[in-house]
Ligand binder design. Sequence first.
Ligand code: 4H4
Length: 249
Amino acid sequence: MRIDVLTLFPAMFEGPMTESMLWKARDHHLLDLRLHDIRDYTTDKHHKADDIPYGGGGGMIMKAEPVAKAVEAALVDAPAGTPVIMMTPQGRVFSHDIAKELAQHEQIILVCGRYEGIDDRVRELIITDEISIGDFVLTGGELPAMVIIDAVIRHIPGVLGAEGAADADSHADGILEGPHYTRPPEWRGLTVPQVLQEGDHAKVAKWRREQGLRRTWQQRPDLLLKADLTEDERYLLATFANEYAAKKR
Ligand code: 4H4
């Protein structure tokens, strides 16, 4: 998979994009990450990539032409339908499902805004998707781009090693993962659940699913409204509610 990142600050990507899983993905040619400095596409002698907003209001807005030229350069030889994604608080909120959707493409282009955003004519003419990583405003789209890259590459076969591991992630099937443990079996008076120590795969899988349901019920009950649950699992949730009610009495 190829990911093009258009940014005014390519150096921001050097650390995170050269560590562990991301580096392995690039080293194994599973990820072709290309950074483009938008400033390279300015044409004036001051390499101006931003300007004051029409109508006043303070702050600066990224100029349309350098961004458009950078996108056009990244789109050379790109497959038809390659997503050109702008990270913005106004976008659809990023999720596991969106990460999986984006991972299906041969190439995606991530456009990192700065300042108060990008001239809206870029959004009208060039951007095909707007994604937000949450309802807050950051100083730039670079960190959201790194979040998106990290989540998307988990769905590229071979990146995680254990095939299908991304499908076992929290949110993969609509609920959270349960607890994880490693050695030692006892630590500061807390013991690893016996079922995990015994290692019966079927029992472990059942325990993990139940623990995921319990954690989802406790931490993110909203997810349960959309999750695909069996009758037994719905019954189990009712027992959690009864346990909780009994404790409250
Ligand atoms: C873009 C700030 C648009 C404000 C930006 C606007 C996020 C986010 C983000 C730098 C850029 C900010 N990107 N998820 N949250 N004028 N990006 O904050 O639309 O308010 O992805 S604006």
